[in-house]
Design a protein around this ligand. Sequence first.
Ligand code: HEM
Length: 294
Amino acid sequence: MNEPVKNACPAPAGASTGQTPYSAWMHTDVLHSLQHPVSDHPGEHAWIVSVQVSELYWMLIIKELQIAQAQLRADDLTQACRTLRRVVAHHEPLNATWRSIAWMTPTDLLSILSRAVATYGKDTALQGWTYRQMVYLLGIKQAEHLQHFTPQPERWKQLNQALAEPSLYDDVLAYLDRNGFAVPAAMLDRDFGVPYAPSKAIEKVWRDVYADPNENRELQQLGETLADIAEGFSTWKYLHLMATRRTFGGRPAYFGTEGVAWLVPTMDEIPFPELWSARGFIGDPPAVCPHMHK
Ligand code: HEM
């Protein structure tokens, strides 16, 4: 019989599961098994990782926005603002993902995409449900994008529900209404599934929120945080547009229309519209009484 080896290392804890606590918690084995290049282009791994990281951040932002909605519904503005500050922070690494694929020339992109089309069929990122759910939560409700999800009935159902439910902005307006600002009932009871139509009355609500720098400070903080989120979102769209210009230009894209021409008008889709339009008069001096000239 063999003697046990002196000073041999004991079997590592967790050996029975084949995992360390770190790998079990982070599911690293699963995570690193999810990249499957289809071309022989050496940059395809970078493309896949960059898109997958964006997917993770979109889901993270969805969860944060839903948490902020619940906090607003519970009238906990302080916690809602803290949650939304995290959303602002998440846009930094999300937008930085573009740096990882900034090396791409049209030849690089097409050699990867042509193999993806040959393997999986003609695709468009419009088939990505996380981005669409995030956009619906930000209040940009375009039902036509649901058409891409008929092959994924569960995701279609999930998105259809997100379309019909209040967005973060709807919850902000309901919060303002409960806290003494004059939000018209028609804005609160509207059909949430149709595109939001900006209103003069809501512009006035934001003007009132900002009227005195020493009043409604937390609401002004909320307004600035929402503006930061809208900026982070629009920055992603701008970086995407420039990446498309660099690698794809005016070629026909998924719908047969020129890719850049399809994207340019979407740059005007900026969340929380009256928070921006009200800036045309927030801070103006009060209207002068016409009789003062006499
Ligand atoms: C750099 C190469 C890229 C090009 C040339 C490109 C091109 C396009 C085009 C032409 C569209 C319009 C719809 C269509 O025709 O498919 C689009 C939409 C979109 N792309 Fe890309 N894309 C690129 C990279 C990416 C990456 C890396 C992501 C994700 C991380 C992405 C996510 C999206 C999303 C979410 C939309 C929908 C935008 C919206 O609804 O406003 N794209 N892309």
